[in-house]
Design a protein around this ligand. Structure first.
Ligand SMILES: Nc1ncnc2c1ncn2[C@@H]1O[C@H](COP(=O)(O)OP(=O)(O)OP(=O)(O)O)[C@@H](O)[C@H]1O
Length: 335
């Protein structure tokens, strides 16, 4: 649904240049929630703003629903942009208009007749659970309710794609959860494709099917969330399932195991301990449901050097786990 190819955006000031987006390739499948995670300044907002051409990229392609946005002009471009809704961290509501007036605004711009507009606004407010607040002004509603208005307004043009620019960053954890639930619900009910940017790991954990990590204008990793979490070198996995520092003790084997899906339900630690009469020490880790799949990451300490644990490590691998030995390689192994 969204294809971004070799996207590049450079801001040029009088005495310096900032490459905010530096050759990004990204594909978001139809009906997917895709999260781009990164620290402040990583280039996330610029990337998002290039997707609906609020910023014009210097290089690259943005194809949405089969249409190459950079090749469109005038009315055609306006129509294509109606198919892309956007919500913002600070909601961007008009204080002088009621809740209903805010949602009606884009419909007025689109020239939708008054009666149809009223019907559509009522429908949109029901969709976001604000049917009773149509006549309230933004100053009289909570942050979570303001974001619901923002979402209703973004959906006014019946977009297929919703872009979310840190939509929950200004909200408390409980309200964040309710807005994320609403986005997930809209994603499922309307088949809405959502591309969101966030600096919060938890947002990725709770609603994203796929994710990418952005750093210095580039994506350092990208893919379905359960797949990324099962990769031992993934920063997303490290962020969501923090483990103690890799510091093997003399005469032990320190391993990190990651697993996805039904493997998580198997008692592989006790099976390993029983089969080889070992005392397995669990030093850290967690098992959680992420993107609808059971995912886990554990750091285990086995007695004996890695050279003594070859069968034990093979057993873990054969059980479907991804196993990484954290001991430094011995000169023999490195050869
Ligand atoms: N309009 C602009 N003019 C010049 N430089 C800009 C402009 N907008 C962003 N930048 C710079 O581009 C880089 C990426 O900024 P961007 O806002 O896209 O990052 P971000 O990951 O969204 O961070 P934040 O969450 O803080 O907004 C930063 O170095 C920023 O200073």
């Amino acid at each position: 649904m969204i294809q971004i190819e070799k996207l590049r955006k450079v801001y040029r000031g009088r005495d310096r240049e900032v490459t905010a987006v530096d050759g990004v390739d990204l594909t978001v499948a139809e009906g997917e929630v895709f999260g781009v995670l990164g620290r402040s300044g990583a280039g996330k907002s610029t990337l998002l703003r290039c997707v609906n051409l609020l910023e014009r990229p210097d290089e690259g392609r943005v194809v949405i629903d089969g249409r190459d946005l950079l090749s469109l002009r005038g009315a055609e471009l306006r129509r294509a942009r109606q198919g892309i809704g956007m919500i913002h961290q600070h909601f961007g509501l008009l204080g002088s208009r009621t809740v209903a007036g805010n949602v009606a605004f884009p419909l007025e711009v689109m020239g939708v007749p008054r009666a149809e507009r009223a019907r559509r606004v009522a429908e949109l407010l029901d969709l976001v659970g604000l049917g009773d607040h149509a006549k309230a002004y933004p100053s009289r509603i909570s942050g979570g309710q303001k974001q619901r208005v923002g979402i209703a307004r973004a959906l006014a043009g019946r977009p297929k794609v919703l872009l979310s620019d840190e939509a929950t960053s200004a909200l408390d954890p409980e309200t964040t959860a309710s807005i994320l639930d609403l986005l997930r619900d809209l994603n499922r009910r309307l088949g809405l494709t959502i591309l969101l940017i966030t600096h919060e790991m938890d947002v990725v954990k709770s609603i994203c099917d796929s994710a990418a990590i952005m750093r210095d204008g580039r994506l350092t990793e990208s893919g379905p969330v359960p797949e990324l979490l099962a990769r031992p070198d993934s920063d997303l996995a490290r962020g969501l399932f923090p483990l103690p520092p890799a510091d093997p003790r003399e005469g032990t084997t320190l391993v990190e195991v990651t697993f996805v899906g039904s493997v998580a339900d198997e008692p592989f630690v006790s099976a390993l301990a029983r089969k080889y009469s070992l005392d397995v020490n669990i030093l850290g880790g967690a098992v959680e449901t992420v993107a609808g799949e059971r995912v886990g990451r554990l750091q285990l300490e086995l007695p004996g050097d890695p050279s003594l644990n070859a069968a034990q490590l093979a057993f873990l691998r054969e059980s479907g786990l991804t196993v990484t030995v954290l001991n430094p390689a011995t000169p023999e192994e490195a050869r």
